[in-house]
Design a protein around this ligand. Sequence first.
Ligand code: GAL
Length: 678
Amino acid sequence: MHPHAPATPKYPHILHGGDYNPEQWLSYPDVLDEDIRLMTLAGINCVSLGIFSWADLEPEKDHFNFEWLDGIIDKLYKNDIHVILATPSGSRPHWLADEFPEVLRVGETGQRNIYGHRHNHCYTSPAYRERVRLIDTKLAERYGHHPAVILWHISNEFGGECHCELCQQEFRRWLKEKYKTLDALNHAWWTHFWAHTYTSWEQIHSPTWIGETAVHGLDLDWKRFVTDQTIDFMKAEISAVKAIVPELPATANLMGIYAYGVDYFKLGRELDVVSWDSYPEWHLPGKNAEIARNESLSHDMMRSIKQRSFLLMECTPSTTNWRSISKLKKPGMHELSIVNALAHGADSAMYFQIRQSRGSAEKFHSAVISHAGTENTRVFREVSEVGRMLKKLSDKVYGSASPAEVAIIFDTETKWALDKCQGPRNEGLDYFGIIQKCYDYFWKNGINTDIVDCDSSFEKYRLVIAPMLYMFRGGIQEKLRSFTAGGGVLVTTAFTGVVNDTDLCFLGEASEEKLSDVLGLWVEETDSLYTGEYNSTRWNGQSYRLSEICEIVRPVTCETLAVYDSDFYKGSPALTVNSFGNGRAYRICSTPETDFLDCFFGELAEELGLERAMNCKVPEGVSITWRENGSERIVFIQNFGDSPAELILDREYRDIFTGKTYTGRLAVEGLSSIIAVG
Ligand code: GAL
């Protein structure tokens, strides 16, 4: 019995496939037949269909044409290929924008886009919502009960914002509901500043560089509104298809940690299963391990949103075409990147795209089937190899869990607020950077880690890290307080707990709002360091460089573990700890570098006895994670370096493919992996 209910109950297996765009090839019937043969050869068991098919499904308003899709879905199913069926709202036909111009997005200066591109629609527009509801309903009625169809793919990569009059009105309504009175809004946004007090709801306009950008509360609420409006649009789509087939689960493809325009934690929680599109920039010279760490962090975040396995909805079989340089994946890299997704909780390996398009913007993006249209390509062979691997892994891995005792908080709203923040360091407060640096220690040492937000529950963790968690919102103080009191270890870094949920600074010296009781201190001043300027601290006999910001704190009950070495605050605390209830809370008062974090977390991990994938030294460039399927522990050992790495095993492991047992020394080739049970 696997810990997680299947993401795709109608077909509970690891999915292998990708975006398939037959609408581009309807006048090439031979190509469509050949596609099926090639997909079967490559071990493809599932495709995402219909993402950009609206113009072929409804070529004219209310004239639907499903015959071509009927034939394709039937043929796929006869060949054991399942379908993730998309709603086509990510891109609309010309006629729709011609008849309903309101569906097109308006930019922040008030100018409406003309037809073109994709994702160019207003989430508020009643006309767009109605046309989307109609086509979604038709699709659900026609295909929702088809045995091939296993999952809804709602739209494509939700994101972006619209500033049209409909959105402005809806934003004002959203604000009225939230604040009830203008007085409350003016206070929450601190609008007496620069005489920006609102005296009528109609004066409120979305933030724009030709208008208001100085009121940070406005900016924050606008971003929240955009997230809520996007979620509302998505939920309307989910309701349309579930009204016909309630039991068919729905996903939407997200884009990892770096796309934060929409709060993915909030949106993802509304889905049955989270999926995401991952396009790392492999082979930057000497950087594969670093890229793997960035990528793994996004995988972990996608898994943490619903605390269950996720789907890798898109990745490239070899190269993208939209980066400044389009690098091929070198031999072995494709399989390794898929293993990395599985290692962090994926239950699928899906590509963009199955067949390479012949023209337009993505014609040079790689695909399983290239323009050569044959199985005789390196990429096709490597994809087929992955297909064989996934088939063998499916029974053991699909639906298995990734247990974690450590959580790192990444909060989208803190990111939004820090992006707007003027001071203390406009040249860069690297929020992602500090999160990544904290994460890296655990990645490098085989310790599974969750990436959570302020709305998550922390009860199951032993160590919670809040790097630069500038904004305390959603009652996080109480959750962190009870986590620490209950015996947990909390680590905070500089610029944590500065403002409330409308970006108003906390007042007073020590206060519970700022978690001073838990941390045993309050922050009196925050110094910024020039780029290239450093302070330092000695801790455990070693000296460590500190950069970006240095807080000058006032200890209340905390113990000082290390002090600043220079500047006028030389001797004041750089690292503190405070006992609180059965647990303790640390403050790293500055922005430390990797060497400090590695030692600091290394000591904590040791002392707490945090569970590791293997009790052995992990060589540089190697990652080890584990999943549990109810009866077995599956260990994924991956070498992102170019040369072989050697591990000294702590016990016996059995290779999941060959059954061979490993003890003692184990060599892992460069750019390769070993998956074992043990
Ligand atoms: C994704 C998108 C796909 C395709 C792909 C190319 O972001 O969902 O439709 O454009 O990028 O890498």
